[in-house]
Design a protein around this ligand. Structure first.
Ligand code: PAP
Length: 310
């Protein structure tokens, strides 16, 4: 922990100086997750059953975790008995940076439990990089990520105060944000996928909203749990989509009133993982100048990739 304080650091003025990011291996992170990142890099050994759910923060992680959990537990639970009705999706699927002990327990029992991480590709523990175990990567258009990140950070750091969106925006576009730069995060996984395409499934938040059925089918197939014809006939896919929908999850008592990691002094209220889930909310925040700046950045960073992030 003490060593982290010696890394290059940035204190976010739009969060009234109450939040500091540290730069480690070319990525920015806050102390708590960075501590877990270094611990995971030193100790985590990937297991043949592992599937990694990777994302830049605020890109659809909660949704992907819920869907994946519902897919892998569907033989045990249905939409009326799923633990998702009583548990935040973040508790259902462990987070590499914080839940290493739990992940190791499930490895010992050889139980199949996907693992989530916000780490950049190059910061993943060596045993993930060198193994061939599957990686699902979800990404979302940059403008909505900026707005979502702004609200989430403001709420957890300075809930009762105003925060400048302009300053938050500028910082994000400079590449300074949790797990940022945002573009390096996406490009790291994308570049890795070029040499091993079968190892990766890329899902786009906006595409999932537009066509959840085919994307949930792709996800289930990729993680080795394809739906049978009987399940399709019994509308299992639609039931999973409804169970994991924003409308359903955000209205559950657990997600309206509970806290994530209540034992910690900086526990986050579950409701903060469910804000609006609207595509294009950025239009309510961006000036014309901001639109042009982000579009230019996207062209510069993602031009050759074919990834659509506008
Ligand atoms: P995290 O990185 O903190 O886990 P993440 O789940 O990736 O956050 O992103 C949160 C966004 O997903 C929020 O978007 P918004 O701020 O634009 O509203 C949140 O509302 C949205 N979200 C949460 N659950 C769902 C869901 N079930 N379906 C679609 N979007 C969702």
């Amino acid at each position: 922990m003490e060593k982290i304080k010696t890394y290059p650091q940035h204190t976010c003025s739009w969060l009234k100086g109450r939040f500091t990011l540290y730069k480690y291996q070319e990525a920015w992170n806050h102390e708590d997750w960075l501590d877990g990142e270094i611990f995971a890099q030193q100790n985590f050994i990937a297991h043949p059953n592992d599937v990694f759910l990777c994302s830049y923060p605020k890109s659809g992680t909660t949704w992907l975790k819920a869907l994946t959990f519902a897919i892998v537990t569907r033989e045990k639970f249905d939409e009326s008995t799923s633990p998702l009705l009583k548990t935040l999706p973040h508790r259902c699927i462990p987070f590499l940076e914080k839940d290493l002990v739990r992940i190791e327990e499930s490895h010992k029992n050889s139980s199949f439990l996907p693992v989530n991480t916000h780490l950049q590709y190059n910061s993943l523990p060596e045993s993930i990089i060198t193994s061939n175990y599957k990686i699902v990567y979800i990404y979302r258009n940059m403008k909505d990520v900026i707005v979502s990140y702004y609200h989430f950070m403001k709420e957890i750091v300075i809930p009762m105060e105003n925060a400048s969106f302009e300053e938050a925006f500028d910082e994000f576009c400079e590449g300074i944000s949790s797990c940022g730069p945002y573009w390096d995060h996406i490009l790291g996984y994308w570049k890795a996928s070029l040499s091993r395409p079968k190892r990766f499934l890329f899902l786009k938040y906006e595409d999932m909203k537009e066509d959840p059925t085919s994307n949930v089918k792709r996800l289930a197939e990729f993680i080795g749990r394809p739906f049978t014809i009987e399940e399709e006939k019994a509308n299992v896919i639609e039931k999973i989509i409804t169970l994991c929908s924003f409308e359903n999850l955000s209205n559950l008592d657990v997600n309206k009133s509970g806290k994530h990691r209540p034992e910690e002094c900086n526990a986050v209220e579950n409701r903060l993982f469910f804000r609006k889930a609207k595509d294009g909310d950025w239009k309510n925040y961006f000036t014309q100048e901001m639109i042009e700046k982000v579009d230019k950045l996207i062209d510069e960073k993602f031009g050759v990739t074919g990834l659509v992030l506008k």
